[in-house]
Design a protein around this ligand. Structure first.
Ligand code: ADP
Length: 159
């Protein structure tokens, strides 16, 4: 039976940090579903369709990766995708509190879905979608941190 994992997030927008986690996940699982969340308290800069389109474009060259949007409960969506593992990225201790809370809630909601945490390459430890958006909004160069399509999309947003 193939091992399927789900990697949920806001992806507003996808950065090289997210892609690093996806690459690591594909080494552990046969199939990885990147689940772009519609419902977010984060007030995203890119709308739901844009976040799905950009994430798909960035990850297009990987056969075992699929990008899907979801708007229901994560554990329900994971079940619909036949995934029994949730992947999350851990950058620093500061991520831990929120991630611990999320994983504990998901375990409570569905005890047979495990959350596993993957660490990115050190160079992406300080990278987040929000810092990329901030720098881009002030016309700073973010080309080292995102795919060229994301770079163009951010440049368009801020012009
Ligand atoms: P969410 O709103 O669900 O936190 P994000 O897109 O911000 O959505 O993050 C999705 C997941 O990817 C989270 O587990 C986050 O910790 C992880 N992540 C984000 N940026 C990085 C990065 N630079 N390196 C590793 N993991 C990351």
């Amino acid at each position: 039976m193939s091992k399927i994992a789900i990697y949920p997030g806001t992806f507003d927008p996808i950065t090289h940090g997210h892609s690093d986690i996806v690459r690591r996940a594909t080494q552990l699982f046969d199939h990885v579903v990147i689940a772009v969340s519609e419902n977010t308290h984060k007030n995203p800069v890119f709308d739901f369709d844009e976040r799905i389109a950009l994430t798909t474009e960035v990850l297009a060259n990987n056969d075992c990766v699929e990008v899907k949007g979801f708007s229901n409960l994560l554990v329900d969506f994971a079940r619909e995708q036949n995934a029994d593992t949730i992947i999350r990225g851990l950058r620093a201790v500061s991520d831990l509190e929120y991630e611990f809370q999320l994983a504990s809630m998901n375990r409570k909601l569905s005890s047979n879905i495990e959350t596993i945490f993957l660490m990115p390459d050190e160079q992406y430890t300080y990278l987040s979608s929000s810092i990329v958006r901030q720098v881009a909004s002030l016309k700073g160069d973010i080309s080292d941190f995102v795919h060229p399509s994301v770079f163009q999309a951010l440049t368009r947003k801020h012009n």
